[in-house]
Design a protein around this ligand. Structure first.
Ligand SMILES: Cc1cc2nc3c(=O)[nH]c(=O)nc-3n(C[C@H](O)[C@H](O)[C@H](O)COP(=O)(O)O)c2cc1C
Length: 300
């Protein structure tokens, strides 16, 4: 039975990775899951300098998930390179570093810094506000998506995965813009903008007012978008959004994802990634699937 998949020339032993920001760099989760069992570990977003994140409260529970406005708090690339990469290198898994920035130059800084690091793939989070364009996220404007993809690609040593925002009218327009800019792969979906109001305090549940919605409640939206993007572009896709179980992951693979990422589920069940790997294998045995590639995009 073959569970290996290929994302932009990088071979994963199985299609399962972690969704950025929900697994740190694996340090805490390594007490629950042997990281060598995973196809890849995707790290929390890292910027060129430390970001303090948003004021609290910055997470709240919602039906079937949560909203968060962490604000991409991170220690910056210097700490990350010295602390997190050596930790991850102890394991037999691929390393995907998620990159965030407020300007094109910020992204380029991080990507250049990672050029000589033992990192397999770069995932570019374009849901960040573009400060030079009045704060609209890079990922909400096709021209900005194409431009940031092209710039990052020009400076990156590793293949780049552009992580798409679902907060758009037509996700295929953004996918095509990333493809035109030279992306090697796509990942989707990032969180959906939401809001929760605390009726007792008569205020917003999050200090930031809005937050990104994630968890099983968003899964049907994510599966639909992965399907649409798989039909629209030739690039390999890492699918995510509400994956709790192997059955959820298989929906994404059948819709056209080559790999899948487990996110919010980690907060609820720290063994979720391992259970998804095992469950995909059990499904393949049950239905006599020799190669996982038979399943990728099998539902049209
Ligand atoms: C607490 C939290 C932090 C996140 N941080 C990041 C991040 O740093 N970079 C990024 O690209 N996505 C980030 N995400 C989005 C997830 O990687 C993922 O795209 C989204 O949550 C949907 O998957 P899920 O429903 O399985 O969590 C974050 C999500 C959560 C819940």
């Amino acid at each position: 039975m073959n569970t290996k998949v290929n994302i932009a020339g990088v071979e994963f032993k199985n299609p399962v990775t972690t969704a950025s920001g929900t697994f740190g760099s694996g340090t805490e989760y390594s007490e629950f899951v042997d990281l060598s069992l995973l196809g890849a570990v995707t790290t929390k977003g890292v910027a060129n300098v430390p970001w303090p994140g948003n004021p609290t409260p910055r997470i709240a529970e919602t039906y079937g998930g949560m909203i968060n406005a962490i604000g991409l708090q991170n220690p910056g690339i210097d700490v990350f390179v010295n602390r997190d990469i050596p930790f991850l290198k102890q394991y037999d898994t691929k390393i995907i570093v998620n990159v965030c920035g407020k300007t094109t130059e910020d992204y380029i800084d991080v990507v250049e810094r990672l050029g000589d690091q033992p990192v397999d793939l770069l995932e570019i989070n374009i849901s960040c506000p573009n400060v030079k364009e009045g704060g609209i996220a890079f990922g909400q404007d096709p021209k900005a998506v194409e431009a940031i993809t092209r710039e990052v690609k020009r400076h990156a040593k590793q293949p780049i995965i552009m992580k798409l925002s679902p907060n758009v009218t037509d996700i295929t327009v953004m996918a095509k813009a990333a493809e035109a800019g030279g992306a090697d792969a796509l990942s989707l979906i990032n969180t959906l903008t939401g809001m929760k109001i605390d009726i007792n305090r008569r205020s917003f549940a999050l200090a930031n007012k809005t937050g990104g919605m994630s968890g099983p409640a968003v899964k049907p939206v994510a599966v639909r978008m992965v399907y649409q993007v798989a039909q629209a572009v030739k690039l390999p896709i890492i699918g995510m959004g509400g994956i709790m179980t192997a059955e959820d992951a298989l929906e994404f693979i059948l819709a056209g994802a080559t790999a899948v990422a487990v996110g919010t589920a980690n907060f609820h069940n720290p063994y979720a990634t391992k259970e998804v790997v095992e469950g995909i294998e059990a499904y393949m045995r049950k239905y006599g699937i020799e190669d996982i590639k038979e399943l990728i995009g099998a539902v049209r």
